[in-house]
Write a protein that binds this ligand. Structure first.
Ligand SMILES: [Zn+2]
Length: 1156
């Protein structure tokens, strides 16, 4: 332990830190971290021994300015002439309110000090592994010279100068659109599949005022009008030709726009990026195991036991709205359903209800006609869904254009391919997008510019991400006793951006510009370009991501850690036993013991295991290898939890296998006749944590739990579920824990490196918001299986458990993100704990978890230098080895807003906005959160329109090419279960989803908010290629087809009533539609090519997701169809969420208001 870590001894790092002010959002709209800077890990974050840390107020050095590498003094010092029309920030000013007892910010309250119970009257035996862990050899030694070979950049990669962006304009369809209000109650949405011909949509027209331009929309619009232009300019991606950058208001950003015709004007085509807009790619698209479109989606977990019965074809809304048809040039205007704009509905949503929709006959451009229906009737006018930006098209274009070339990370500020594109990454100095994705790869030089644009600057970081097998995991660098080379001042780790000077004797820090001596053992000569001659031999000089072996000074108490332990803690109350769950878990654990994570090529896992069962009391088991039979020790005083045995509790699997197997055989029998229905919960976590503490190791608790813990014990809860709070100011309390007890417990767990994974099997409300606090703050995972039934749910549960036990995880981790002068990390989102403003503490961090970091300016940035991020994660691996994983990323900086807008990534933006909103509901009315999101996005788009788009009619909606999906995706977030719950969504579902999303990576949020929907009759049984996905709207479905929909939590197979009998036979093994059982949760294994192919697609999807998805068969017009329709996110939702078309119109109105 270095001198800096003395704090540990006096102030164990679970204790509240002086000066801690919480990292909570105080008031929606943001928070700023107070400038407190207490480091838990001195050697890690603090100064190296012998160096005096300057201790700046906030850990940053804004006053120093960024050193110019040469003599040039900041090209960016002139603030662009942006002054007028600043659209102020949405965020509240920094506040320093006291922390609240919500997740993410434990409240230092008077919690019991559990350690004082110590071992009490129990013999304090020898810890089972008191042996000092030997440092195992590196599992992946770096072999100099073999790894990072320089690869010359393809000519198409152009440095830092992205071409002008193209924009997409929606025409004046919406011009002059008046948002009125209607007093008529909205008709039921999305019910039934109306007959293809005669049902007019209930959704209606917009009442025109003002300009008189006006349009209505119908659900059965024919093919898109032909008057679109495809004036596609070169791409918005950074690989095109370099063009001079326009000034803010200049026209040079060519936009895709449509001619503005009087009356009905067809909006632009949804295909924003034509193939021509990218540099030609050579070679065919990559074949496809990963190639299915991954669309975002929205989840509902835990199927409600009963669904409202399906009601087919409600009567169309008859009233017509009048005047506006004049001057329409489009298809003839038939009946026109009434709709006079966006009325505020009871839950505060806007948007029209769209009624039953005729089947859509396949007007999706570029895809075959799926429908077996006759052509739709002459449609009423509305904004044509085919003419507004299509997620499917954007995904397909990116796949076609960027999927065939490797993504080489050598170039600063390069926007990576979309998460839905299958591509290979070659690390040449920046971290792979699998580790870090940013909302923008070109960030404004000044804070004013950033505020003007309102584009959040954030990085979604997945430090331990798994890589595909054809990519190289980070190399391990062992510098021996001296440890990693770091900047003297800011402690940044050696990386490719450090600049060696004075013949290689010193280096200048790329983050803080401090000059540090190169230690003699690390000295190397420079070549004529100033590069060290060993540049390519050292990962830390040439790669974006690598690992250092940590020295003992990076370890708690200056001691190398023991290997971690897993403790399995099984609820054996009546419900758990009766449902067969206890037996299932015990059976599974017997085989899982052989699959504990191993490091590299170690023969056996170093992880020790222990077992506890509980109901109102806890039972510990001695499974020492020398015993003939396991021994049970009961602790009934749950108020003073202690661990009654040390020796024999945590054991090596192979040594104790016989005893363990015997125990797992006996547990189901022992409790077979239990009548105990009550459970405790907090004492279970305390017991696990105390056991780890006694064994002096980090580890993970796997808790299998069934009910609200109402038994008398610390952390006892009451049922406080109250759906009446929805849409009131008190709704936020549903997301908050009902007691601060668990926050304090979580803090103790983090101090011990005790990560908690929670498997819940509720039959009723069990307060996920409270039970989830400890898993959430310890970096753990929650799984929820509502109404668990052995037959239908065991496959999903067992797959999740297997994956969870085996997955790569780092323990007792701390993450710090350093940035170059000018910006700093100010806010953090995810499953972790923070005791100060900079260090993200994670009792555990697995390969699927992300931490999202928001950055703010604290000074100007320079276009020359760009901006740098370095994420350093200190953790203990599953072998007990202490390591540092480093990820570096360099971004461009701009003085022109246009550069910002053409280097954004909407998927990452949505990931951030969803997390931001989902945290906001803890402290704010949900409606406020929704309004804030809408407002922010409107400002983002208005700023673009004002400053970057060429002058055009105010009636046109012009979207930046890179953000043209922002409205559709944002709408999906707004109508998600957390922000706008349907009647079937439980309080626990919402709390569960809220926590789940907070750790999701970009690929997961993408498919979660906009699900992937594939037509199964288009599946080519002879090819690995997936059929093109279709948009998530009922009108895209054909009665004659079957569809697969996945969102990361569920997979649906929807079967139309008119599907050919042969296909039904092939897939379900029954003779007709009526014989298909909707209770199936797996497809029958049939020996025909169609069945095999569909099942292999489902297996492939399952493998891509971190959780096993529940398979649900939905027959058209069956009761479950209501559930399915919840995921058709382009449609109006049952809970009042707007359709995509309506929302786009609403956004346009918001933007117009901002501009006027
Ligand atoms: Zn530095």
């Amino acid at each position: 332990m270095s001198v800096n870590q003395q704090a540990h001894t006096g102030l164990p790092y679970g204790q509240p830190q002086p000066g801690y002010q919480g990292y909570q959002q105080s008031g929606y709209g943001g928070q700023q971290m107070p400038g407190v800077h207490h480091s838990q890990y001195g050697a890690y974050n603090g100064p190296l021994p012998g160096y005096q840390q300057p201790a700046p107020p906030q850990g940053y050095f804004s006053s120093l300015g960024f050193p110019s590498k040469g003599s040039s003094v900041s090209l960016n010092s002139d603030t662009p002439t942006l002054a007028p029309n600043f659209i102020g920030t949405l965020r509240a000013p920094p506040t320093s309110g006291a922390p609240l007892p919500t997740s993410g910010a434990p409240v230092p309250a008077g919690q019991p000090v559990y350690s004082q119970f110590g071992q009490g009257d129990v013999q304090n035996g020898i810890a089972t592994s008191a042996v000092q862990m030997q440092r195992p050899s590196a599992s992946q030694p770096f072999i100099p010279g073999t790894a990072p070979t320089p690869v010359s950049q393809p000519a198409t990669f152009q440095q830092y100068g992205p071409p002008p962006t193209s924009a997409q304009q929606l025409t004046n369809h919406m011009a002059g659109m008046q948002i009125g209000s209607s007093t008529s109650a909205p008709p039921p949405a999305g019910l039934g599949y109306g007959p293809p011909t005669s049902v007019p949509p209930t959704s209606g027209s917009f009442t025109a005022t003002g300009s008189g331009l006006y349009t209505s929309y119908s659900s059965s619009q024919g093919p898109p009008p032909v008057t679109m232009t495809h004036g596609l300019p070169p791409t918005s991606l950074s690989q095109g030709l370099s063009l001079a950058q326009p000034a803010f208001s200049g026209p040079p950003l060519s936009a895709q726009r449509l001619p503005q015709a009087p009356g009905f004007v067809p909006p632009p085509c949804s295909t924003g990026i034509g193939p021509s807009s990218y540099p030609p790619t050579t070679g065919a698209p990559r074949p496809s195991t990963m190639q299915g479109s991954q669309l975002p989606g929205q989840a509902l977990t835990g199927l409600p036991t009963s669904q409202p019965n399906h009601v087919s074809s409600p009567p169309p809304h008859p009233s017509m709205s009048g005047p506006a048809m004049t001057g329409l040039q489009g298809p003839p205007p038939p009946t026109h359903p009434s709709q006079s704009g966006y009325q505020m509905q009871q839950n505060g949503s806007f948007g029209q209800v769209r009624g039953p929709q005729p089947n859509y006959g396949g007007a999706y451009p570029g895809t075959p006609n799926y429908g077996s229906q006759p052509a739709p009737p002459p449609p009423p006018k509305r904004l044509d869904p085919d003419s507004i930006p299509s997620p499917i098209q954007v995904i397909e274009d990116d796949r076609n254009n960027r999927g065939s070339e490797p993504f080489i990370t050598g170039v600063r500020g390069q926007v990576p391919p979309l998460v839905t594109t299958n591509f290979l990454v070659k690390d040449q100095g920046n971290a792979s997008p699998r580790y870090i994705r940013c909302t923008s790869y070109n960030i404004p030089c000044t804070s004013d510019m950033a505020k003007q644009s309102q584009v959040p600057l954030a990085a979604v970081i997945k430090p331990l991400a798994m890589l595909p097998t054809d990519e190289t995991p980070p190399y391990l660098v062992d510098h021996g006793e001296p440890g990693p080379i770091r900047c003297n001042r800011c402690k940044a780790y050696m990386c490719p951006f450090m600049q060696f000077i004075e013949g290689g004797r010193r280096f200048q820090c790329c983050f803080c510009s401090c000059v540090t001596e190169v230690p003699p053992h690390y000295f190397q000569h420079l070549d004529h370009t100033g590069k060290r001659v060993d540049f390519y031999d050292r990962p830390e000089l040439s790669l974006g991501s690598y690992e250092f072996l940590a020295t003992v000074s990076y370890c708690k108490n200056n001691k190398f850690p023991n290997p971690p332990a897993f403790i399995f803690m099984i609820d054996v109350s009546y419900n758990a036993v009766k449902s067969g769950l206890v037996r299932l878990i015990c059976e599974e654990l017997k085989s899982l013991l052989d699959y504990m994570p191993r490091e590299g090529n170690m023969e056996e896992s170093a992880i020790r295991v222990g077992f506890v069962t509980y109901n109102k009391v806890l039972h510990f088991y001695n499974v020492k290898s020398s015993l003939a039979q396991p021994q049970m020790m009961v602790v009934s005083d749950v108020a003073d939890m202690f661990v009654p045995l040390l020796d024999g509790f945590l054991v090596n699997v192979n040594e104790s296998r016989t005893v363990i197997v015997s125990l797992l055989d006996q547990i189901p029998e022992m409790f077979a006749d239990t009548r105990e229905t009550e459970t405790v919960f907090a004492p279970v976590i305390q017991a696990g944590m105390e056991a780890l503490k006694a064994a002096e190791c980090a580890g993970k608790l796997f808790i299998f739990h069934t009910s609200l813990p109402i038994a008398e014990a610390p952390g006892k809860l009451k049922n406080r579920d109250d759906r009446k709070l929805i849409n009131t100011d008190k709704e936020k309390t549903l997301f908050q824990p009902q007691t601060s007890f668990y926050s304090n417990l979580a803090k103790d767990c983090v101090a011990q490196g005790c990560c908690v994974d929670l498997f819940l099997f509720p039959n009723q409300y069990l307060d996920v918001a409270t039970l989830g606090v400890v898993p959430y703050q310890t970096g753990g995972t929650i799984y929820k299986y509502a109404y668990f039934q052995l037959e239908t749910d065991q496959e999903r549960f067992l797959n999740d458990l297997r994956k969870d036990v085996q997955k790569e995880v780092g323990f007792d981790a701390v993450m710090r993100v350093r940035t170059s002068t000018g910006i700093r990390a100010t806010d953090f989102f995810g499953a972790f704990y923070m005791s100060n403003t900079t260090d993200v503490e994670l009792a555990g961090l697995d390969c699927d978890k992300t931490i999202t970091v928001e950055f703010r300016h604290d000074d100007k940035l320079s276009e020359d230098s760009g901006a740098l991020l370095q994420c350093a994660l200190l953790y203990t691996n599953c072998a007990g080895q202490r390591r540092l994983r480093i990820h570096n990323l360099s971004l461009n900086c701009c003085t022109q807003l246009a550069d910002l807008y053409r280097n954004c990534e909407t998927d990452t933006l949505i990931n951030f906005l969803a997390k931001f909103a989902y945290r906001g509901v803890l402290n704010n009315p949900v409606k406020t959160v929704r309004d804030t999101l809408i407002n922010q996005c409107a400002q983002i788009l208005a700023c673009y329109r004002k400053n970057c788009a060429s002058p055009s009619s105010a009636g046109q909606l012009i979207l930046p090419e890179c953000m043209k999906l922002l409205p559709v995706y944002l709408n999906c977030v707004l109508k998600s279960d957390v922000l706008q719950p349907g009647a079937e969504v439980t309080t626990d579902d919402r709390a569960y989803i809220r926590q789940l999303v907070s750790s999701m990576d970009v690929a997961e949020t993408n498919v979660f908010f906009y699900p992937r929907l594939l037509p199964l009759t288009k599946v080519d049984v002879d090819s690995d290629t997936l059929p093109a996905a279709i948009r998530n709207s009922e009108e895209r479905l054909s009665k004659g087809d079957m569809y697969l929909l996945e969102n990361g939590l569920n997979i649906f197979v929807w079967v139309g009533v008119n599907v050919q009998q042969g296909l039904i036979q092939n897939l379900f093994g029954v003779s007709s539609f009526n014989h298909i059982s909707s209770t199936l949760n797996t497809l029958p294994v049939l020996e025909n090519p169609f069945s095999k192919r569909v099942r292999s697609i489902i297996d492939m999807f399952q493998a891509q997701r971190s959780r096993y998805m529940k398979l649900i068969i939905v027959k058209q017009e069956d009761k479950l169809e209501m559930l399915f329709k919840h995921f058709l996110v382009e449609d109006k939702s049952m809970s009042g969420g707007a359709s995509y078309v309506d929302f786009l119109c609403h956004m346009h109105k918001e933007i117009r208001q901002l501009l006027s």
